[in-house]
Design a protein. Structure first.
Length: 392
């Protein structure tokens, strides 16, 4: 028997965290007399910042090391997961992890009565409303907390690692017992707060598991792509070149139609077109060329391409004109400019509701955290003011 755990994480920023979790599952399972094996799917390339990636851990009580590795080591993805861990809840909108060949449901691999463990501050129904309907029941467990993001390959030691291990013990004591988790953490660190944190997560997740029925979830809106077989490629060509455009103008950017990176974002920019001064900076500076010039001189955002980097909000010189907002506040990728043109006042009300009243201003000195400020919405017809800047 093999138990499969997949750890969904955002490339680079959560890579070291996911790797530590996967590796420690193996080490703890070994303490329980089981055999384990862990591997990961690529996420080292710098352009993969934010992309959904996976680490895996496989545990067996009865196979040899060689048998387990032969069974699990040679594949880049798994067919099924007993437990699917999700380290950033915005991935419930879908992940496009493997060679960019389509947006897949986050719960795609979960088996009947298997578990999803999501780090989130949201209620289960707020997450399930984005997830694909499954033909069988499974369980959704919430590990309360914020997504733990670090810089590039850096590990942020905020105890998410220990909390996930404790939570896994709550979901499947045969996979990892809480005693084995605590013993391992103590022997490894001799730090009692790490042991206590795992225990607290174990207790809290035990009371935070919810059954998801086949009636819950959505019909998956994305086509599940079919990869070509080796004998279906054209002779002499491995992958056909992708047509690119080089004209300026609406939808005429040099974007690759087959390389949309929208699932990498955990936030998206909300634009107040009525405050926009048409300065062009967002369009010039967006690293993914997500802005489309409109016939009336504004810049529309294509959210299918936006990676949520926040650069447009940084460079926009107008206060409250571009604000980054949590991705789970949005149901679709429709054009904000078209929305505004159809219903200017309704759009502003919608935008302000999404933005809320609190903004985080990063401090200039690295490591000192951000400042949360409260803002008053700029009314329709309000005069554009210069944007407040970090440290200002
Ligand atoms: S957040 Fe702004 S700058 Fe970054 S990819 Fe999205 S639209 Fe472009
Ligand atoms: S940066 Fe701001 S003000 Fe300038 S064009 Fe973009 S949205 Fe308008």
């Amino acid at each position: 028997m093999i138990k499969r755990v997949e750890i969904n994480y955002r490339g680079i920023f959560q890579k070291t965290l996911a790797k530590k979790i996967g590796g420690d599952i193996v080490m703890i399972a070994a303490r329980m007399g089981q055999v384990g094996f862990s591997n990961g799917r690529y996420s080292d390339a710098p352009e993969r910042n934010g992309i959904p990636c996976k680490y895996f851990a496989f545990v067996s009580p009865d196979l040899s090391e060689e048998e387990l590795e032969a069974e699990c080591g040679a594949k880049l993805d798994i067919d099924e997961a007993n437990i699917s861990v999700v380290l950033d809840d915005t991935m419930v909108k879908g992940v496009e992890p493997w060679a960019w060949h389509g947006v897949r449901p986050i719960n795609e691999k979960v088996v009947p009565y298997g578990h999803m463990l999501i780090v989130s501050r949201r209620r289960p129904e707020e997450l399930v409303r984005f997830m694909a309907r499954k033909p069988f029941p499974y369980y959704l467990a919430i590990l309360e907390g914020e997504a733990s993001f670090a810089g590039l390959w850096v590990y942020r030691d905020d105890l998410t690692h220990e909390r996930v291990l404790g939570a896994l013990a709550a979901l499947d004591p045969q996979l990892l017992s809480i005693e084995a988790v605590k013993g391992y953490l103590w022997d490894k660190t001799h730090e009692q707060h790490r042991v206590d944190t795992a225990q607290q997560a174990f207790e809290s997740v035990r009371h935070n598991v919810h059954e998801v029925t086949p009636a819950q979830g959505i019909d998956w809106p994305y086509e599940i792509p079919k990869l070509p077989k080796w004998n279906e490629f054209s002779e002499g060509v491995v992958v056909k070149a992708v047509p690119r455009e080089f004209q300026l103008g609406p939808k005429g950017q040099s974007r690759n139609q087959l390389f949309k990176r929208g699932t990498t974002k955990s936030q998206r920019p909300v634009v107040r077109f009525d405050l926009c001064t048409k300065c062009t900076l967002c369009w010039l500076e967006c690293p993914d060329e997500c802005f489309d010039p409109t016939p009336d001189g504004y810049y529309d955002v294509d959210y299918e391409y936006c990676v949520g980097c926040g650069k447009c909000a940084e460079v926009c010189p107008v206060q409250e004109c571009i604000v980054m907002v949590d991705e789970l506040a949005f149901e679709d990728n429709r054009s904000p400019w078209e929305h505004w043109k159809q219903d200017p006042e309704g759009y502003v009300r919608w935008a302000e509701e999404k933005k809320g009243k609190h903004r985080v201003l990063p401090n200039v000195v690295t490591g000192t955290g951000g400042r949360v400020v409260e803002v008053e919405p700029v009314p329709v017809g309000g005069k554009p003011k210069p944007a407040a800047r970090a440290g200002g």
